[in-house]
Design a protein around this ligand. Sequence first.
Ligand code: PHE
Ligand code: ZN
Length: 881
Amino acid sequence: MSDSAKPPVLLCDYRAPAWRVTDVELEFDLDPAATIVAARLAVERDPSEPAAPLRLDAEQLELLDLRVDGRRLAPEEYRFETDALTILLAVPRARIETRVRIAPDTNTALQGLYASGGGQSRFLLTQCEAEGFRRITPFPDRPDVLARYTVTLRADKARFPLLLANGNADGAGDLDGGRHWARFVDPHPKPSYLFALVAGRLESIEDCFVTAEGRRVRLFIHAEPDAIGRCGWAMQCLKMAMRWDEERFGRCYDLDVFHIVATHDFTMGAMENKGLNVFNAKYLLADPERATDDGYRHVLAVVGHEYFHNWSGNRVTCRDWFQLSLKEGLTVYREQEFESDLASRTLRRIEDVRVLWRAQFSEDAGPLAHPVRPDRYSEINNFYTATVYEKGAELVRMLASVLGRDGFRRGLDRYFERNDGRAATVEDFLAALEEANDVRLSPWLAWYAQAGTPTLEASERYDAAARCYELTLAQHTAPTPGQPRKQALPIPVVVALFDERGARLPLRLDGEAGTAERERVLPLLTERATFRFVDVPVRPVASLLRGYSAPVRLRWNADADDLAVQIRHDDDGFNRWFAADALSRRLFAQALASGAPDARQLDVWTRSLAQALADPALDPALVAEMLSIADAGSLAEGLVDIDPDAVHVARARVETALAQALAAPLLARYGELSGATDAQAVEPAAQARRRLRNACLAAVCRADPAQLPLAAAQFAQARNLTDRLGALSVLLSAQAAGAEEALDAFAARHAGDALVLDQWLTLQAVQPHDETVEHVAALTAHPAFRWTNPNNVYALVGAFALRNPRAFHRADGAGYRFVADAVARLDTLTPQVSARLATAFGGWRRFEPLRRALMHRELQRLAARDALSPDLADIVGRSLA
Ligand code: PHE
Ligand code: ZN
């Protein structure tokens, strides 16, 4: 394998830093071609480490000057290597001064200081998480070194009128030669990964928020001139997030100013730098003409997420990168709760579970599987994964459900109070929850340490004579790389029992006194347990794992009619959908095995959905979700020797069968929803109606292509992006006569709008047609596509590789070749993006022999290249291991 793989860092090797940095003064002479960074660090040795040299991480820096306590060092007093500057210091504390030169203009990795945008509005910004600060100045670039920062920026005033860094403003003024300066002081000690600066000619909007503690905070959003008009929604979201965190978790903001900056050049969603969040424009800009309903909700969620990091991440940070989920899992959970409180809880839950199944379960079933708290990594950038984020959030959710709403709040209060200003661990988190609730949570550590998705097997027995219902639950987790044996985990299984008309049945366990709860948590703490309910008057319909109470694969051969009762009557919206999904998966499995779904069960399913469709009291968004069966990737999850063509055909059979069975009511509902006058309204109710209307349109046209003029008409008349894209998607997937013209019309209408054109690229990249590979390859030459822009790459190549299994897995290997070539090309530009795309090959062993061999060959071809980035070398290496 390639020699560029770094040796792994191990959790068990953690040692507290030998040297701390208490104060940092930074001075930047900003220039896109050559920026000079002068740093003054006050460092202190840990008395227990008398012999340790001072090691400062340093990458891609040109060292111009180095002084200790004012004295320039001789060459034998330090070592400057490719990744570190090491200084031998005899004194216990010192002032270290460095001067380095860096080149933002040519930084396509988008880590450290880089440039974004073009022409007049080209501006400078930083990205430091996880290890980007070492590309700005020599520093112990690890999250457990917390320091106070004072930052002075100097730049040409005409080109860079706006200068920003973390913290409160502390002076500004003009300099000779058309330059100016600005200084910032951040009173909160922080790790280097939260450092940020921005310099450019950006436009701004301003608002204000008064915290519950009475602090008046100035709020700013800065964006390029053509984008500033689309920042209003994000500002509203920010204020909602600030209020919500006060009300729900008692967390107030702690600086006098809060800035958000939008950029089109970003490898991730957004970044929570202290007081100076940087956002991928995709998650910040929204207006009815240029953002979909999902786009609006994503802005709400991501603005919330980054804001919530101010406590879960910034005030309390991570001791080391193994603890990444401590901030990310917790913050995703907080973000989920925020959106659930402000928009639709059921919809958010369904979407989260869909993502978990598609992205996290498959990650956990392949060579890239790792625990929520990994115990080793070679490249930390590759651990911003569905496991750390989404599964991590599920662990927090389980803890919250076990402790109850108030207990969890108490525990979280304790966690923030105990660890404020510190770098914490998962153990610190659990200890705070334990203490505040007087419970023992140590068994939960196993969830953080063990990779793989547990399977939860449920079986039941009803004894009519004894009026007794027995539910047996058993768990099993398959081995994952490096973890051959798995232990039993605590699994909270939330249940309710219904009769066949949907009335609640009592939930008294054998031996309990007579309380009749409506819903309860069954704790499965061992490999297997049987729960015996008494006084159950009729054979019950069990609603299991309500609200998806644990991230497990539920194996339960529930009777189809029982699932129908749940679809119809369950008062947990999520479980109504869960039951419909379970039934559709069963039909898919039948279609895959024998060519056709079982007729009787198909009938049960379609009749249940017909009822849902006709129920005016049901949330239209929930109905839409019930009508949308799982994508092929999610359906194939858990299969072996996957044949992507067979999966596609079986899925299409089930989808078409539903559309045909419901053709008339779907058409009627489509018509009813078409008269809406709220085309530009973004309230959840209006979004829900559009969601259902678009689901109806897709199904109607699938059942009968003669209905495609409806899609053409919707496309022509759409007054918002959701309806326009929804119609275009139907035209494309049907390969309708006017599809090409519609594509062109869309591109012409939105010419110059990068974010909308990204969606246009994605729509084409996900078409499950034979010629999609060639079409996508041709689109890489379109003016809207640049290889150096991660949004473009993910929209086109990422969507193709990760969301179009049919075309990616084309039997002749053309899809694999195209993606592997793209990965190689991107590796020289933006290694993080290259590594993420390469995960598309991670599941290679689960495919049928032909595909398996073709995918394996592409991985080997990548491994054989010289000078792989550490990021890509790590993914390829683990995939092949
Ligand atoms: N910490 C960011 C978030 O989840 C993600 C991120 C990681 C952004 C690394 C950029 C680089 O909120
Ligand atoms: Zn985050």
